[in-house]
Design a protein around this ligand. Structure first.
Ligand code: GDP
Ligand code: MG
Length: 201
């Protein structure tokens, strides 16, 4: 099983991205084998993963809503993953963390809970419109992109070139090694975005 952790502040676009990512993953069929995708949702947001969309695609969804999986519920996340692997045996696990999660801690819980874990990729979504303000009021928010393998600079449709470049430069400073991709998660994304997320070692 490979894992992808989606992190980033509330409203950054995690669920919007997750819905497209799950559709991409279930549609890929290496060989003739069906690809099984599981989602663990740790946040109630404006865009819901409930009902029709994911479950209709055969995606197994679990919700852990009574706290944050990176800290108070780290053990619950680990247990939930183990049970999911026992019952459903997914090829891919996608975890949407709360907006206040430390992505590196969520990744630790995934590594602790999963058996036979292949890649575990940390993807951090950044709201291009709000990040420069938000990071000033919260060291947690400023620190989220620091631990990303991939940074998705989202909502670029809402900012001008100057602001987009300013946020990008700031992110490059916070995390010089991450791959930074500019996106608008409310629109259909280019397949390369998903290839980057799934081929990241
Ligand atoms: N304009 C614009 N809105 C977006 C984009 N991505 C997400 N949104 C909107 O931002 C809000 C929060 O998105 P959501 O995916 O729920 O963020 P989450 O809280 O990180 O899961 C929703 O109303 C989305 O429709 C984007 O690229 N452009
Ligand atoms: Mg969400």
């Amino acid at each position: 099983m490979n894992a992808i952790i989606l992190s980033g502040f509330l409203g950054a676009g995690k669920t919007s991205l997750l819905l497209q990512l799950a559709a991409y993953l279930t549609a890929t069929t290496p060989g003739d084998k069906e690809v099984k995708v599981a989602v663990i949702e740790n946040e109630i947001g404006s865009v819901s993963v409930d009902g029709t969309t994911l479950k209709g695609q055969g995606v197994e969804v679990r919700e852990i809503m009574s706290g944050c999986v990176c800290c108070s519920l780290a053990g619950e996340l680990a247990t939930s993953i183990r049970v999911m692997q026992w019952q459903f045996d997914p090829d891919w696990l996608v975890v949407e963390a709360t907006g206040l999660a430390y992505p590196e801690k969520a990744a630790d819980s995934v590594r602790e809970g999963a058996v036979r874990l292949g890649t575990c990729t940390v993807v951090v979504l950044i709201d291009a419109e709000r990040f420069l303000q938000l990071e000033r009021i919260s060291p947690l928010i400023a620190g989220q992109p620091k631990h990303a393998d991939i940074i998705l600079l989202n909502k670029v449709d809402l900012v001008d070139d100057e602001q987009r470049n300013a946020v990008r430069q700031r992110l490059e400073k916070i995390n010089p090694t991450a791959t930074i991709i500019e996106i608008s998660a409310s629109q259909p994304l280019a397949v390369e975005v998903f290839e980057e997320m799934t081929h990241h070692a």
